[in-house]
Design a protein around this ligand. Sequence first.
Ligand code: WT7
Length: 651
Amino acid sequence: MNQLNKEEVRVFYPDQQTVSQAAIQGMQAYDALCAEAEADYEGFWAKLARELLSWHKPFKTVLDESDAPFYQWFPDGELNVSYNCLDRHLEKRGNKTAILFEADDGSSTAVSYRDLYQSVCKFANGLKSLGLKTGDRVVIYMPMGVEVIVAMQACARLGLIHSVVFGGFSSKSLVERIEDAQPRIIITSDGQFRGGKQMPIKSAVDEALQEEQSRCVEKVIVFKRTGEAISWDDSRDIRWDDLVANQPDSCEPAWVSAEHPLFLLYTSGSTGKPKGVQHASAGYLLHALNTMRWTFDIKDSDVFWCTADVGWITGHSYVAYGPLAAGATQVVFEGIPTYPDASRFWKVIEKHKVSIFYTAPTAIRTLIKLGGDLPAQHDLSSLRLLGSVGEPINPEAWKWFYHEVGGGRCPIMDTFWQTETGGHVITPLPGVTPLVPGSCTLPFPGLDVAVVDESGNEVERGIGGFLVIRKPWPSMIRNIWNDPERYKQSYFPEDLGGKLYLAGDGAIRDPETGYFTIMGRIDDVLNVSGHRMGTMEIESALVANPLVAEAAVVGKPHDIKGESIVAYVVLKGERPTGDAAKNLVESLRAWVGKEIGPIAKPDEIRFGDNLPKTRSGKIMRRLLRALARGDDITADISTLENPAILQQLKS
Ligand code: WT7
């Protein structure tokens, strides 16, 4: 939780220089924009969409609500996302650096907008030669690099729907996503470099395709990153270099409807398997670009660096799409923050003269611990703006980031948003918002955000409730792939009237300023190091183990990761003790790593003869949460079937 100690709250005013340059000048201008959106909601978005995007066919309809909550934005307009990210910059910015690629080993290369355009066109032509057509799905499972962006942009160019799967997910997770998205193609690499180590990646694709039942995948395209020996299937595998050899370096973009799905990105929900969040083309790009302008104040002279992997939404909106749509120069980083040592971020900022730096609280907390004095040893004077994303940033980490990294000069944009929202929802704006450490402050202009009670009525300021968005917005999720019912139920629940978008977070507003503070998820979703994990997913992985009868997973606050994963396990056989228990913990952790990925491994596993249940058989998770934290059980346990079990599960 993100409770602020009143004495500790300090209001930080953004630097004067930032104020004078910013896109929105001062709180009055912000209020005026919000009022404009309030007075003419469609007009507000239509104006932005016309100004910021290049349309092949202009739209007439702004918002179609006839099939709500399946909203459509600018549906009769046509454009191409890759055209908007590349072609339209060629004349003015052809020689401008689009990407400064910083490899794991510290070497770097610069890619101009023209280079990137040509690589995307060649690769798109290669994809076309395989017979792919608009609407086909493509799974991308690659390490960070220029090529993963080329692959995404090439899909966008042809109207292919990509689904990027984070390279840290296991082959089993890949199987699940393949079976749901039904891709015709998978794009991967031979291996990957991470923290000085060479690691496999294509082997996970091979395994997945052996297991996968639907046989939808026709070809696997393999980019050579490490050059290591890998197994090869001549009838299926294609070398990236062979595919693009002799392809022309221009490629007519596919003009698609504004509503054409741009991508699917799987994310965890409170129940069942991960859901394929479906985003549309125009509305998504509009917000990715406009947040680059209003939140990050992007200018042609900036060097932007978002440290997220493209496997997550942050890497979609603020690496693969937003910065390119803005014609910005950005650093793309293959490595990890702690290799070769904990000064890597500061070295990269110094080397590439990064001016806008966007990272996650987990990374900040790790770097404070491993070398809080290291930023001072580097020239970070190029920085002018900082950003934080993925989880609440605690005031201590905020202050360190502000003073040690930003030199007390750079405002911090604590951006609250989600995979489903496509871009920022609540965030300070440079030149506008006085900052309070630990608060993501105020809604982005146009986003109608509120805190409501169980029946959907707005609560008073100072009272906690559910965070909702009351009006549809252009970059919102359009559907859950293959599961429209789940889309409706998860995001527009009937209890709240069926019209409010339910974010899944608790929030509270400051009585005086109206600032929002996010209080964490209200569902069974954990946020571990900024990664979203469903407790049910981890439980399913555990019970898939032949030794396990039952499992319950809860989160526990963690100094660095935000939350850690605690699993309660009931075995089919005897409850183990001593070394046998230790060994079993290790093998179950490894098991979950294989089932989902290393990020889902429980930090702690406790064995019991049973789980605390009500007489109707429901697991009492709040008791498990209290036990995990080591709290005394003060709650009413009269409905508990088996109170004796609590003692056993204490450690
Ligand atoms: C969940 C969404 C936003 C892109 C990366 C994560 C939490 C995100 C903040 C923030 C407090 C935050 C919320 C949200 N969250 N940003 N600035 N302050 N909490 O996207 O994987 O879809 O996770 O991350 O709980 O619901 P995601």
